[in-house]
Design a binder for this molecule. Structure first.
Ligand code: ZN
Length: 259
């Protein structure tokens, strides 16, 4: 029997946009469809695993996003000190998922080999593929490889008993999702394998994409990995904060418990 973990989503930023920007081909019922930005915490068995590291206030200014707090402050609200975290899963190398990685100096970064190939290879010669990457983040992670603190995975991998990584691709070449054993069954942190519930539920892909085929096939794969559709946590959907409870009253609107 697997150990069971607690899982939290921590909101750190927000961006207003329209529905047409969230689907390939736009949206015939265009209206406001904002994004929330999250990092996630998996905790249990004496282990703290952080999934993604968000972006900084300076990056929010550069990209016109509303920064609410440093993701490490959100972790601190749950009693987690970023400087002590041992394992950080980087779902992919986009600026909103890997910025701030240097605030986790003790951590091993878990990354898919294909993601590094993508972020440093020929596709980055095209503006449409490199737009959501920040070169300083990518170079910083390369430096971290040379520091011996990046663990590469190639496809599916076990991080610990009850925590596994699964290569999906699609949005980026090496996007991975995280599956966690919880008291309510297998929860899948889908990250940008599905930005919103609607991408997955309606098989309508998000427009920032490396392979549409892999993205759509990924919707099937994450359904297969999760105990039920209600166990899938999309990467940017404000509904996550509505569907799950805050662990305590003072964290309402900031942190929700997913397990
Ligand atoms: Zn994202």
């Amino acid at each position: 029997m697997n150990p069971l973990y607690e899982v939290y989503a921590i909101k750190y930023a927000h961006h207003e946009r329209r529905a047409a920007e969230n689907f390939i081909g736009g949206d015939p019922h265009d209206g406001p469809m904002p994004l929330d930005y999250f990092v996630w915490l998996i905790r249990g068995e004496g282990r703290e695993v952080v999934v993604d590291t968000g972006f900084s206030a300076a990056m929010a200014r550069k990209r016109g996003r509303q920064h609410l707090r440093c993701p490490t402050e959100g972790l601190q609200m749950l009693g987690v000190s970023a400087s002590a975290v041992q394992d950080v899963v980087v779902t992919h190398l986009h600026y909103d998922h890997v910025g701030n990685f240097d605030l986790f100096p003790a951590a091993r970064l878990h990354l898919q080999e294909l993601e590094m190939r993508y972020a440093t290879g020929r596709y980055m010669a095209h503006d449409c593929f490199r737009g959501a990457f920040e070169v300083e983040d990518v170079v910083g992670v390369v430096r971290r490889v040379y520091g011996g603190r990046v663990e590469f995975h190639d496809g599916d991998a076990a991080l610990a008993s009850g925590i596994s990584l699964h290569l999906i691709g699609g949005h980026t070449m090496g996007l991975q999702v995280v599956r966690v054993a919880t008291r309510r069954g297998w929860v899948v942190l889908a990250s940008d394998a599905s930005h919103f519930y609607a991408n997955l539920e309606q098989s309508r892909p998000f427009p920032i994409v490396w392979s549409v085929a892999d993205m759509v096939e990924g919707y099937r794969r994450i359904r297969e990995l999760a105990a039920s559709p209600a166990h899938i946590i999309p990467g940017h959907d404000p509904l996550v904060l509505e569907r799950y409870p805050a662990p305590e009253r003072k964290l309402e609107g900031i942190v929700v418990r997913l397990d």
